[in-house]
Design a protein around this ligand. Structure first.
Ligand code: HEM
Length: 420
């Protein structure tokens, strides 16, 4: 299909569409983005799942426009043709993530602003020093348990364990409820019938948490959300907790796991992170730009026929900003490595009204997690061939499924310097 002949094509009429989850699971997604760019330009057709098409936005300017222009591109899936026409099959894997919901991430305009205010205010009230101590203590405790074995899976036993426990603490949940929240959020990603059951179970668990904090307030995000005047009822409080927990811990897992993956497989990168804390922080930021925790964000839905990147988008089409592709877009790439090091031209934390509300505390969790691990675990090496490490299969996040390593241990001590 040539670019010129494809300009006015209807999404559904384009054959041979790539699957979004195949892009995230590929060893080199950038090669696939490049292939799509060569064939289609900055906006290409693909499938959210077999037979459910959408546009993937690969260009930095185009992705940024989609995320900032909510008048044209809505986050509310009631504007999606497949929801309007009730044509999603019952077995659809993406339906759980794409069905309408009453929280800030799924709404636009005044409704989004009203439900976004509690998230911003609750996160602004988080005491960063206390959080830094919580993260450091959590990391040390997890590593203490691993030390006797000298072998571990750094994904399930660290990159997942740390964010789950930290989020659990932030929301004032019990550790076992935190584990259940994580397992249910994995089922939500998987879609289908399992996702529907998981959504109900997660709602029950969160309802209990809300009731507990209403009766006995604490110093946690749940209490801040329960007390926020913008929430009209407890269903809205529950929706805010659910979206923060699910998006937040998932992004942190991906960031920590991707960084550890690079440390274990890229000697030049490993040498840099061991040079000192500033190099480590810069390296982590670089991972978040090159290998963003959210490589593709949830679609926007065209409110009217329009043009994007030279392509005609029809009213009701789904449009997925591909942050990983946009960050690497040649138009914003520089040949000067120093310029790129401090680059601000990236969409890792989003843009526009849905940009990440946890931009302040998000980096803190990932930095302390990686810093503490490097201080305690030495001579870490993968005990499987690097090319056998496969990626989690989800359209929305990308990180290694497991990183089995051998290491030598250092006792706790020194702690995390809280100059954060
Ligand atoms: C590695 C760390 C993180 C990264 C890279 C990240 C990235 C992002 C991105 C790209 C978006 C925009 C999504 C879109 O426009 O479709 C977003 C939104 C969001 N993030 Fe984060 N995030 C991180 C950590 C967190 C944490 C720790 C929390 C919660 C404590 C959180 C809560 C949220 C919420 C609730 C939204 C939706 C906001 C809205 O729609 O108004 N994120 N994040």
């Amino acid at each position: 299909m040539t670019l010129a002949s494809g300009l006015h094509l209807r999404l559904e009429d384009i054959s041979g569409r790539m699957q979004l989850a195949d892009i995230t699971a590929a060893p080199d997604p950038q090669a696939l983005y490049e292939q799509l760019r060569d064939e289609w330009g900055p906006v290409a057709p693909m499938d959210l799942e077999p037979g459910i098409p959408a546009w993937i936005v690969l260009g930095y300017d185009e992705a940024s426009n989609v995320m900032r222009n909510e008048l044209l591109f809505s986050r509310d899936s009631r504007n999606w043709r497949y929801v309007r026409e009730s044509s999603l099959p019952a077995s659809s894997g993406v339906s759980a993530a794409l069905s309408p919901r009453e929280n800030a991430y799924y709404l636009d305009g005044m409704q989004q602003r009203r439900l976004r205010a509690p998230l911003d205010d609750a996160l602004a009230a988080v005491d960063q020093k206390r959080l830094a101590r919580t993260v450091a203590t959590t990391c040390e405790a997890i590593i203490d348990r691993l030390m006797s074995r000298e072998e571990a899976d750094l994904v399930s036993e660290y990159a997942v364990a740390v964010p789950v426990l930290v989020m659990t603490e932030l929301f004032g949940m019990s550790p076992s409820d935190g584990d259940t929240m994580h397992e249910l959020s994995q089922a939500l990603h998987a879609g289908g019938e399992k996702a529907r059951v998981a959504a109900v179970e997660q709602a029950e668990l969160v309802a209990e948490l809300v009731a507990t904090r209403r009766a006995a307030p604490g110093e946690d995000l749940t209490t801040s959300l329960v007390n926020h005047p913008s929430h009209a009822n407890d269903a809205e409080v529950m929706a805010s907790i659910g979206v923060m927990f699910n998006l937040g811990h998932d992004a942190e897992i991906a960031w920590i796991a991707s960084t550890l993956h690079m440390i274990l497989t890229d000697p030049a990168f490993a040498a840099r992170v061991h040079r000192g804390r500033l190099d480590l922080y810069e390296s982590l930021d670089e991972v978040s730009r090159r290998n963003p925790p959210a490589p593709h964000v949830l679609p926007r839905f065209a409110r009217q026929d329009c043009e994007l990147g030279g392509r005609r988008i029809a009213f009701g089409d789904a449009v997925v900003p591909a942050i990983a592709a946009a960050n690497a877009d040649r138009a914003v790439r520089s040949d000067d490595p120093w310029e790129e090091l401090g680059s601000r031209f990236h969409l890792t934390w989003g843009a526009g009204t849905h940009a990440c509300p946890a931009h302040r505390i998000g980096p803190l969790i990932g930095r302390i997690a990686v810093d503490t691990l490097l201080r305690r675990m030495h001579d870490m090496e993968l005990i499987v061939p690097a090319d056998s490490v496969s990626m989690s299969v989800s359209p929305w996040s990308r990180y290694p499924r497991s990183l089995p390593v051998r290491f030598t241990s250092r006792p706790a001590g020194g702690g995390f310097r809280s100059e954060q």
